[in-house]
Design a protein around this ligand. Structure first.
Ligand code: 5GP
Length: 137
């Protein structure tokens, strides 16, 4: 599938749309999910334009997963998370709704998880959670 550079995450990467960011370097951005499935739901995206994990060059995938682990540790510390669900949906058939590859980090148990992207979150509460995660990085 061709990469659409007008997708929401491409626009966040270019600074055209706001996001509550928790980590950024030259290759990766991590930010809070706008419609969280649980408190502290974060997203980690490579800056490399790729629709799915299958399209992402292996080196970018390897680096991104290192940052996924780093953010997961910060979430665990900051929010005293007992468990973290790592979710990666590749392809609309799998439930992917934003066509730029991303990793969900959801501090929760799979048994508590509802449907994702279902309800807009309280942005002030999300901002406060982001500050806690950033402080634990
Ligand atoms: P997917 O369904 O593609 O795996 O997940 C996309 C995720 O992006 C969803 O959990 C959804 O809540 C989140 N999302 C959609 N639009 C925005 C946005 O504009 N900003 C942020 N921060 N998250 C978004």
């Amino acid at each position: 599938m061709a990469y659409d550079d007008q997708n929401i995450f491409a626009r966040i990467l270019r600074g055209e749309l706001p996001a509550i960011k928790i980590y950024e370097d030259d290759q990766v951005l991590a930010f809070m999910d706008i419609m969280p499935q649980a408190d502290g739901h974060a997203l980690v995206i490579p800056k490399t334009p790729a629709v799915t994990l299958l399209d992402l060059p292996a080196e970018a995938a390897a680096y991104t997963i290192q940052i996924v682990q780093k953010i997961a540790k910060a979430i665990e510390t900051a929010l005293d998370a007992k468990g973290i669900v790592l979710m990666q949906l590749s392809g609309a058939a799998a439930g992917q709704t934003v066509p730029h590859v991303h990793f969900h980090l959801i501090p929760s148990s799979v048994h508590e998880l509802g449907r994702h992207a279902a309800k807009m979150g309280d942005q002030e509460k999300i901002q406060a959670l982001a500050e806690k995660i950033k402080a634990a990085l």
